[in-house]
Design a protein. Structure first.
Length: 133
């Protein structure tokens, strides 16, 4: 018997293939599963205690809390103005720009990282001013 390859049959096959690929991608990601407990102990603003929805735990997946590099000129975050020593989820970010040397920036948390990436020139100017002192 000959099987007719109709558009409806092809779409169904594509849907099954995409569902299988999505299931494989999810199972291959070990970092934050829905059942994993929140590791920071604080949970996120919505009150969830699961790591997948905790912004603090996701920030620590971006970069673990790191020590402030020796010689870093600022004691506060250049974005939020909060003291870096108080942050449990500090992010040491290396800003790379073509034709310029890499810059290391210490940020208070992931929210500060998002704001920094939106307008890095504004915040790098603050860093330059602090280094000039």
């Amino acid at each position: 018997m000959t099987t007719i390859n109709t558009p409806r049959r092809r779409n169904a096959m594509k849907a099954r293939t995409l569902a299988l690929l999505a299931a494989l991608a999810i199972s291959a990601t070990p970092a934050l599963t829905a059942d994993a407990a929140c590791t920071c102990g604080r949970g996120c603003a919505c009150g969830s205690r699961r790591a997948a929805s905790c912004q603090n735990c996701r920030a620590s997946q971006i970069a673990p809390t790191a020590d402030i590099p020796a010689g870093y000129p600022l004691k506060t975050c250049i974005v939020s103005g909060k003291p870096l020593a108080e942050s449990e989820h500090r992010i040491v970010y290396t800003h790379m720009q073509a034709g310029r040397p890499d810059r290391t920036v210490v940020l208070y948390d992931s929210k500060s990282l998002v704001a920094f990436k939106k307008s890095p020139a504004k915040y790098l100017a603050k860093l330059d001013a602090a280094e000039a002192k």
